[in-house]
Design a protein around this ligand. Sequence first.
Ligand SMILES: Cc1ccc2c(c1)c1c3c(c(C)cc1n2CCCN)C(=O)NC3=O
Length: 273
Amino acid sequence: MKQFKSEPIEMDYIIAEEIGSGQFATVRRCIERSSGKEFAAKFVRKKRIIGSRRGLLLEDIEREVNILKKLNHDNIVKLFNVYDNGNEVILILELVKGGELFDYLAGKEGLEETQAIAFIKQILLGLDHMHSKNIVHLDLKPENIMLLDKETQRLKLIDFGLSRVVNTGSDIREILGTPEFVAPEIINYEPITLATDLWSVGVITYNLLSGASPFLGDTKQETFANITAVDYFFDSTHFSDLAQHFISNLLVKDGRKRLTVDQCLQHDWIKQN
Ligand SMILES: Cc1ccc2c(c1)c1c3c(c(C)cc1n2CCCN)C(=O)NC3=O
């Protein structure tokens, strides 16, 4: 069954400047000819030869598209259309122009607690929507959390390239994500669950409050060792008691003992705002 549009994308959109690029995808700003509205066009290269390192298998691209199609929430970037030009699949996505949370944090030694709470609450609301559909992001990090625009401070989760549907019976154990933010079960090749995202929320919260990364070592191996040993500490200047309680109940090795999204949203540190 034909899933993606095969007519040239240029018929419907003006393709403008590149705004981001990754291992398998390039993102460009684009303008819909009929409405003049701006979007983000994510060009994902298809793997030409089995076994080649370049590009993604069509089934992996379809997984991201099918996940995005299930999601509809203010704090998650929306998918509007998908084209296939033979070499690439092109996702037409909601354009968020406020930049990455990573850049917003850059140069600051952490955010004011009320600002951090407002950001974490929005991440949790987006996650709540995903987890209610058994969808796990698996690549939550400040580069994949973007401000809608600088004024409103509204956030959107982007980049569902590593997302999976869990509890489908089959265990997911592949190594995914970015070392600083991955949970112990990813490093130990154990089953991935919704709780895997909550570990990353703990790391991001620590990051937002202090500007530092709790487990970052000089090498990837050192970072992994710090994570599997849950070896981190709070310097009291950046972390209130409530914030420490929130984070330390997320950075728990056993995923079953971590706060769930609902428990996070009910936590006094979040509700005080
Ligand atoms: C203005 C701007 C600048 C860079 C952007 C984006 C928007 C952007 C967007 C998206 C993705 C997956 C990556 C994006 N990137 C690449 C960097 C994301 N970490 C997206 O889905 N919508 C965007 O606006």
